[in-house]
Design a protein around this ligand. Structure first.
Ligand SMILES: Nc1ncnc2c1ncn2[C@@H]1O[C@H](COP(=O)(O)OP(=O)(O)OP(=O)(O)O)[C@@H](O)[C@H]1O
Length: 316
C-alpha cells in the first residue's frame, strides 16, 4: 500500500531519517515506535507530504507520491494528531464534516455521514451542536478521529493521537481504534512512544532509533526475537513477561479438557493478562474457558499461564 525505498530526510544538515525501507501493507494496523527524536513523526509526515523527503522513493498504491497532485494525495489520507486542531468556532458536526464540505457532498449525505461517524466513535448525538471547548479531551479526540475518517480515506495517519489523555480514556480509545480497524479494514499508521499502546494496536510494529529502523515485524517477533540489545532493552526485560501475556490468548494456552466448574469462565479470545487478573480475583488453580458462543471449550491452568510467562521462547 505504502512503500519507502531508501528514503532520507535532513533538517539543516542533521539527518532526521536515513535510508528507510518500509512497507505498510494494505489493511494493516502499523505502528511506529521509538526513542524521542528517532524520526517517527517525520516518517509519517513524509507520507502525506507535510514533510518532503530529500531522496529515495515513496509509493502510495503503486504511484510515486510526488507524481500525484498534493490535494488529491491528502484527500486519500486522513490525518489525526495529538493537538487535534478542531476549529473552535465550529460545532462538532461541522468539524467532522470539514472534508466532505470541501468536496461539496450533498447536504443530506454529509448529515448522514456525521451521524454514522458519531455512532462509530461512540459520540452521543446530543454533542452534535456543541463546540470543541464544551467537550472533554477524550470526546475532542474522538471528533478528531471522526473528522479524519469523514471522507473515507484509504489510509489513516495518526500522530500520538491519544498522547494527552488520561490512561483510562486512552485505553478506551485504543479499544475503539481496534474495533474501528476491524470494522473498516482501513490501512492505519500510528506513531506513539507508548510501548503498551504499540503492542496492543499493532499488526506490524516498526522500532526506530536515530532515524533508522532497528527492527520491524509483529509485536510478538520483536518481543521474543529481538535482533539486538537495543530492541531487548527498549521493550524492557523486566516487563517482558507481562507484555507477552497481553499478546497471547487464553485459547492458545488452555488445555482441551472440559471440567464442571462454578467459577466464572474465561473467554478463549481474552488475553492472558486479563486471565491473570481473573486468577488473582478468584484465587483458584484452574478456570473453565468458553468460546464466543458461550460453549465450554477448555480449561486454563494457572501454572500453564506462568509457564507461558516465563517464556521458553524469550531470547536470553
Ligand atoms: N521541522 C523541523 N525542523 C528541524 N528539525 C526537525 C524538524 N522536524 C523534525 N526535526 C528533527 O528531526 C529529528 C526527528 O524528529 P521527529 O519529530 O521525526 O522525531 P520523533 O521520533 O517523532 O520524536 P518525538 O517522539 O520526540 O516526537 C529530530 O532530531 C528533530 O529535532
Amino acid at each position: 500500500m505504502i512503500e519507502f525505498h531508501d528514503v532520507s530526510k535532513t533538517f539543516a544538515g542533521q539527518p532526521a531519517v536515513n535510508n528507510l525501507n518500509l512497507t505498510f501493507a494494505e489493511g494493516a494496523f502499523s505502528v511506529l515506535i521509538g526513542t524521542s527524536g528517532s524520526g517517527k513523526s517525520t516518517t509519517l509526515k513524509m507520507i502525506n507530504r507535510l514533510v518532503e523527503h530529500d531522496s529515495g522513493l515513496i509509493r502510495f498504491a503503486g504511484e510515486e507520491i510526488r507524481s500525484l497532485p498534493m490535494l488529491a494525495l491528502r484527500r486519500r489520507m486522513g490525518y489525526a494528531i495529538q493537538s487535534i486542531g478542531l476549529f473552535p468556532h465550529w460545532t462538532v458536526a461541522r468539524n467532522i464534516a470539514t472534508v466532505p464540505q470541501l468536496q461539496k457532498w450533498p447536504r443530506q449525505k454529509i448529515n448522514d455521514r456525521v451521524d454514522e461517524l458519531m455512532a462509530l466513535l461512540g459520540l452521543d448525538p446530543v454533542l452534535r451542536e456543541r463546540y470543541p471547548h464544551q467537550l472533554s479531551g477524550g470526546q475532542q479526540q474522538r471528533v478528531g478521529v471522526a473528522r479524519a475518517l469523514a471522507a473515507n480515506p484509504e489510509v489513516l495517519l495518526m500522530d500520538e493521537p491519544f498522547g494527552a489523555l488520561d490512561p483510562v480514556t486512552r485505553g478506551a480509545l485504543q479499544m475503539e481504534m481496534t474495533r474501528i480497524h476491524r470494522i473498516l479494514g482501513r490501512t492505519i499508521i500510528l506513531v506513539t512512544h507508548d510501548i503498551d499502546e504499540a503492542l496492543r494496536l499493532a499488526d506490524h510494529l516498526v522500532l526506530m532509533d536515530h532515524g533508522n529502523v532497528v527492527q520491524q515485524g509483529t509485536p510478538l517477533t520483536l518481543l521474543t526475537q529481538p535482533e539486538n540489545a537495543f530492541v531487548r532493552e527498549f521493550f524492557g526485560r523486566s516487563e517482558l513477561g507481562v507484555r507477552l501475556l497481553s499478546l497471547r490468548t487464553v485459547g492458545g494456552s488452555m488445555r482441551q479438557e472440559i471440567a464442571p466448574s462454578d467459577a466464572t469462565p474465561l473467554r478463549d479470545a481474552m488475553s492472558l493478562r486479563d486471565a491473570l487478573s481473573a486468577f488473582v480475583t478468584c484465587r483458584c488453580e484452574a478456570l473453565p474457558v468458553v468460546n464466543e458462543h458461550n460453549q465450554p471449550c477448555g480449561t486454563l491452568y494457572f501454572r500453564d499461564l506462568l509457564r507461558t510467562e516465563a517464556g521458553d521462547d524469550v531470547a536470553p
